[in-house]
Design a protein around this ligand. Structure first.
Ligand code: GDP
Ligand code: ZN
Length: 379
């Protein structure tokens, strides 16, 4: 929202009908950085826009000229992770082209990627250019710190700043208990703001809004954690209704579609895609490292570089556990997530190996068939 009148000039100079200030895309996260990235495309006479939704080779892009539908044919990459997705900033054709095309995507700042089961190198892109990942955690059930750490790994991995929102705070009326719960989570979340919210009473929503203000936010968390309720509270209306209504005032004629990028009344946008809602942990090794930053920090002081923090002499991690500085639960959780991560990698590799084997078998069978045929001809 820091977009100034001057930063709006280059995009709006093409058409005097656009308001000079603020930039028409400011509400969607346009800033000076994007302005700079977009400059070469502006020179080519292209329109900047943010992808609000993608489906079957086309996408909806919100531009200074409203929501336009554009074909993605020219930006189809070999790598599925680079495929156009909700949250991308794009350069699209001006009016006149039918269909219009997305001509380029601006380099992503952050990306949520889900690894697909088929090949390790391939992933599915879920959302791009997310600034804040709010991990919703229900206070209605017992805290599962391991699960929180898992979602935090996912958030860090994307490049977004994680925030933990302990939801349904109205169910914990005792402030001392609430403070202890926050403290427990804070211990498991170095570098992560932890706050409590109640969508029911509206408590804490202003703090959350201020934290994520202006940027692009996603909500992560288990089913039942209160994500939909929180999304509705942030957007200020029923998200499903908003999606339907926004489609009606969009320029397109399509009416059955859903928007996955929703502007917030206080500035910034919420990305809410079905894929993100069900997301779990996958190749998030560097993310795991950030969740357990204090352990990685301690490990630097271990005598052996490859210390497994089991029974090695001079292990700084074990001695921190012994001194009561590091909860043993943290160390175990760290190990568990690392193991799980390795298991996922091994599993996908195993699948890859199986695919290669299958391929060989098929080739082998083809080879044998060719041999048989040859023999038949020789007979
Ligand atoms: P989602 O699966 O993460 O999207 O979770 P929902 O938003 O659907 O919420 C799950 C349940 O928790 C619903 O029954 C909500 O009514 C309830 N819930 C959500 N937020 C609050 C809250 O602030 N206070 C209370 N008491 N219940 C809530
Ligand atoms: Zn060690």
């Amino acid at each position: 929202m820091s977009s100034s009148a001057s930063s709006a000039s280059s995009a709006s100079s093409a058409s005097p009908s656009y308001p000079a200030s603020p930039h028409p895309l400011a509400a969607y996260g346009w800033d000076e950085g994007w302005e700079t990235e977009f400059a070469p495309h502006a020179e080519l006479g292209l329109l900047p826009g943010r992808v609000v939704r993608v489906d079957r080779g086309q996408c909806d892009v919100v531009t200074p000229a409203g929501v336009v539908r554009a074909d993605t044919e020219f930006v189809v990459p070999h790598d599925p992770v680079k495929v156009v997705c909700t949250g991308d900033w794009a350069a699209v054709d001006h009016e006149g082209g039918d269909p219009r095309y997305v001509r380029a995507l601006l380099p992503r700042r952050t990306a949520f990627v889900r690894s697909t089961s088929s090949k390790r190198s391939e992933g599915q892109i879920l959302a791009a250019n997310v600034d804040h990942a709010v991990v919703a955690v229900s206070l209605a059930v017992e805290l599962d710190l391991g699960r929180i750490e898992r979602f935090l790994a996912l958030a860090w991995e994307s490049g977004a700043q994680p925030v933990v929102a302990l939801t349904k705070a109205d169910l914990v009326p005792d402030q001392v208990t609430l403070a202890h719960l926050v403290q427990d989570v804070e211990t498991s979340a170095p570098g992560v703001p932890v706050l409590t919210v109640s969508a029911l009473h509206g408590d804490g929503l202003d703090v959350l809004t201020a934290l994520v203000g202006g940027g692009t936010t996603v909500l992560l968390g288990q089913s039942g954690a209160g994500k939909s309720t929180l999304a509705n509270a942030l957007v200020g209306a029923d998200v499903m209704d908003v999606r339907a209504a926004r489609d009606v005032d969009g320029k397109g004629r399509h009416t059955t579609t859903t928007r996955n990028l929703l502007p917030l009344p206080t500035g910034g946008v919420l990305i809410d895609t079905p894929g993100l809602r069900g997301v779990g942990l996958y190749d998030a090794e560097s993310g795991v490292g950030q969740v357990f930053a204090e352990i990685e920090e301690l490990a630097r002081r271990c005598r052996f570089q490859d210390c497994a923090h089991e029974s090695e002499p001079g292990c700084a991690v074990r001695s921190a556990v012994d001194d009561g500085e590091l909860p043993v639960r943290r160390l175990e959780s760290y190990r568990k997530l690392l193991r799980e991560n390795q298991w996922i990698v091994a599993k996908t590799d195993a699948r890859l190996r199986a695919e290669i084997r299958k391929d060989w078998k098929r080739k082998g069978a083809q080879g044998r068939a060719a041999m048989e045929a040859k023999r038949g001809r020789l007979r």
